[in-house]
Design a protein around this ligand. Structure first.
Ligand SMILES: Cc1ncc(COP(=O)(O)O)c(C=O)c1O
Length: 330
């Protein structure tokens, strides 16, 4: 049984511009002749170029500061949105930050990688993502022996503490919907490392039991994401004791819209990114939001989401990564 959960008693640092706006996508809704679609503009969370990780970092970096950390270590791919947001939030708080990045250093320095250079964060590179964890642990040890206090933020900021960011987002949406005198039936979002989905599902259990969370993978396996999300929810319950019953929470990930794979563009994604820019003046990133919007449009066209519904689409940021895809948009 759910017990009263005092989210406002959990240490949090104000890094984001909250609440982020909810805006109607009138032209897109009319074009599809479907339900009214709204967008939760988490691309406008503030630090760097915005994005969903800033919400998670409000809790993760508060935890780091409470533990006396003075340097943050995190990991991602060479163009990681998460690494950009972590490095920028750390800078804002006067903390050092180190990045462990997998993949080849890009020949053309653009997008997030260029922003890492501007931030001047030390970069430790490995060839494969499976090597990142070991290198982070090595750096942690080295920093401790040099008298520093490192704090590791996991991939995508996705753990029980990071998930609090999207528990808070669901509460924010409930309050905004009340002010707008409406109720959202679906909250649609892209998934990559599961923290957003876990937070939203927990938020739904706590604050908005009728809300459907629709999770769309940008190419990471559905099985992997489901296991990760369940683990984060389990860890959250172990840490915060809110009375979540994992057997009652159905964790579903839609994988049909990823096209050829993670970070690989699909024709549908390119058309959708152009459509949303041309109808709404909003740019979606090619890796996450572009593919999630392909999914939402298909669900509307196939009437999986009916005209009677009112849909909220999370714009989770990732803006700078669009510049890595200039070859497909030119
Ligand atoms: C822009 C963007 N949207 C969505 C996601 C997915 O969020 P999560 O990692 O919490 O699943 C990510 C990162 O993975 C991201 O960078």
């Amino acid at each position: 049984m759910i017990v009263a959960f005092k989210l406002d008693k959990i240490p949090k640092i104000n890094l984001c511009l909250l609440p982020t706006p909810i805006v109607p996508l009138d032209q897109l809704s009319d074009y599809l002749g479907g339900p009214r679609i709204y967008m939760k503009r988490d691309d406008l969370t503030g630090v760097a170029f915005g994005g969903n990780k800033n919400r998670k970092l409000e809790y993760l970096l508060a935890d780091a500061l409470q533990l006396g950390a003075d340097v943050i270590i995190t990991e991602g791919a060479v163009n990681s949105n998460h690494c950009l947001q972590t490095a920028a939030c750390a800078a804002k708080l006067g903390l050092d930050c180190e990045l462990v990045l997998s993949g080849e250093e890009p020949e053309n320095i653009t997008g997030n990688f260029m922003l890492f250079k501007i931030l001047g964060v030390p970069i430790y590179r490995v060839d494969d993502s499976s090597e990142r964890r070991r290198l982070m642990k090595k750096r942690e040890k080295e920093l401790i022996s040099s008298g520093k206090k490192p704090y590791i933020v996991p991939t995508g900021g996705s753990n029980a503490i990071g998930a609090l960011g999207y528990v808070n987002c669901v509460l924010e949406v409930v309050n905004q919907a009340q002010q707008m005198n409406m109720e959202f039936t679906h909250f649609v979002h892209a998934a990559g490392s599961s923290g957003t989905q876990a937070g939203m599902l927990i938020g739904r259990e706590l604050y908005s039991p009728k809300l459907s969370i629709v999770t769309i993978s940008g190419g990471i396996s559905g099985e992997f994401l489901t296991i990760e999300t369940k683990q984060i929810i389990r860890d959250f319950e172990a840490q915060f004791n809110v009375g979540l019953d994992l057997d009652q929470i159905s964790v579903e990930v839609e994988t049909r819209y990823a096209g050829p794979g993670y970070e690989i563009p699909s024709k549908e994604m390119v058309e959708t990114v152009k459509l949303v820019a041309q109808l709404e003046g909003v740019f979606l990133d090619p890796v996450y939001n572009g593919k999630a919007m392909v999914g939402l449009i298909d669900m509307i066209r196939s009437e999986k989401i009916s005209k009677k519904n009112s849909v909220l689409f999370l714009h989770s940021g990732g803006g700078p990564s669009i510049f890595n895809y200039s070859h497909i948009f030119s």
